[in-house]
Write a protein that binds this ligand. Structure first.
Ligand code: ASP
Ligand code: MG
Length: 475
């Protein structure tokens, strides 16, 4: 008897070349041959989405556009054919790749000839990385001895809503169509394109960069899967980025909120929206190392049981941040001024991350790349005589450091330890604020001090475990 359905997500970082694809395919086949029902969501081969995104914009160039299209097509063809060449049915796989490659070439040429790139066309170009990846993975699973078939989001009936680039999946509308796949999953593994769905107008809509995780979450919810496994090239979530903090440890369990909070700092383990469709459903969610997918790296639970003590589970950081500070004595008497400042940021398409306010100042962090836009928008408010917008300071070269853990923000002693430790190091903290739902505290500091801060805070919140005492063996 076949067991309940497991949705697996295998991302582009696992699909770098033929050998890497074989490793994923063999792991899928092994599980299938053990009697598990698997639907595997895959993203584009490593680097392909970036390449498509760049190509769509560069194709606009009247002088070098066509040349560029030729170069991109050469690279994409070579990359995918090299992977196909490693497969026993390589001729058949090439036949499946051909129409997708032709479609990309037609789209890019169209962009060049019309000199126009609409959001709709951009999404259509960019979804082709996934369309090229599914036949390769399906063929890999077949070669490893289990029956498999590639399925596109169109075929699966994955309904998208919302804006191009950052759309969402309409799970209620998708579920009845997805259930047609449920039957087939008794017979074979299905390999589904991540990252996009199709809206009511029939247009391809992407789910945001890194969105295959979200597809996997939505499909697991739509099919009421028993489990969702996110296969990664790392052991799981770590207590800090091991490249910055060599002593970082595996985090065995994280709540959904904690995982999302870490995702917001760019801990590129999980797309922040991936878990959203899974809330309230009895689906076992885990991050597993591709090197051994029978091992749970990090288990993700919807909520920690109430009554536990707040504790730090991980540190995260994002570089390339600017800290904006608007000051003015008149702010005290100006109702709605914070709203006006933030609305001005929205109008300038500047995304605001952490916000901290006092009676006479408002500080917030943004991406450094938005610093100029923010500066201009604030100067405009100033020049219009907006009361309270007197001094404007935009400091680039900052980083945002997050201390994440269930109800961390509810425990004042943790904030005290954070500030004391940074104070001892003489690090100038630009701003401190609470994350949503009490699961995080974040502070902005000079980027050059980030590494020192992470090392010290890791030592503070994750002290080295005392060595097990060695007992002399008694005779
Ligand atoms: N291939 C897409 C991207 O690179 C989606 C994903 O990787 O999840 O953003
Ligand atoms: Mg990708």
């Amino acid at each position: 008897m076949l067991s309940n359905l497991i949705v697996v997500k295998a991302g582009g970082a696992l699909l770098t070349d033929g050998a890497a694809l074989r490793r994923v395919s063999e792991a899928v086949a092994r599980r299938r041959l053990r009697g598990e029902r698997l639907l595997v969501v895959v993203s584009a081969l490593h680097g392909v989405t970036d390449e498509l995104e760049r190509a769509a914009s560069l194709a606009l160039d009247a002088r070098s556009g066509l040349e560029l299209v030729r170069d991109v097509m050469d690279r994409l063809r070579r990359q995918h054919e090299a992977v196909a060449a490693d497969l026993p049915q390589s001729a058949e796989v090439r036949l499946r790749l051909q129409p997708e490659l032709d479609a990309i070439e037609r789209l890019l040429t169209g962009i060049r000839l019309t000199g126009e790139l609409t959001p709709r066309t951009r999404d259509l170009v960019m979804c082709h990385g996934e369309r090229l990846a599914v036949p390769l993975v399906a063929a890999g699973v077949l070669a490893a001895g289990a029956d498999a078939r590639a399925v596109t989001s169109e075929e699966a009936g994955l309904v998208a809503t919302g804006s191009f680039r950052v759309g969402a999946c309409d799970i209620a509308a998708s579920a009845p169509r997805l259930s047609a796949l449920d039957h087939e999953l008794f017979d074979r593994v299905l390999v589904l394109t991540g990252y996009y769905g199709v809206n009511a107008e029939g247009d391809v809509v992407l789910f945001g960069r890194g969105g295959s995780d979200y597809t996997a979450g939505a499909v697991a919810a739509g099919l009421r899967a028993a489990g969702l496994e996110l296969w990664k090239d790392v052991p799981g979530f770590m207590s800090a980025d091991p490249r910055e903090v060599p002593g970082a440890r595996l985090v065995p369990e994280l709540s959904f909120d904690e995982a999302c909070e870490l995702g917001l700092y760019g801990a590129r383990i999980l797309h922040p929206r991936c878990l959203q469709p899974l809330r309230g459903l009895p689906i076992d969610v885990s991050v597993r190392p591709v090197a051994d997918v029978d091992v749970v790296g990090t288990r993700l639970i919807e909520q920690r049981p109430p009554g536990g003590t707040p504790g730090v589970v991980a540190l995260a950081a994002r570089r390339g941040v600017a800290v904006v500070r608007v000051q003015g004595a008149a702010m005290v008497n100006e109702p709605g001024i914070a709203g006006r400042i933030l609305t001005a940021m929205g109008a300038a398409r500047v995304n605001v991350d952490a916000v901290a306010a006092s009676m006479t100042s408002l500080s917030f962090t943004i991406a450094s790349s938005d610093a100029n836009a923010a500066r201009h928008a604030l100067l405009r408010l100033h020049d219009d005589g907006t009361p309270g917008v007197e001094d404007i300071d935009v400091k680039e070269g900052a980083a945002l450091l997050g201390v994440v853990g269930d109800r961390v923000a509810a425990d004042p002693s943790l904030a005290g330890r954070l500030m004391a430790r940074l104070g001892q190091l003489g690090i100038d903290v630009h701003l401190v604020c609470h994350g949503p739902g009490d699961v995080g505290l974040s502070c902005a500091l000079p980027e050059g001090d980030l590494r020192r801060a992470l090392l010290a805070l890791h030592e503070e919140f994750f002290p080295a475990r005392p060595r097990e005492p060695r007992h002399a063996r008694s005779a």
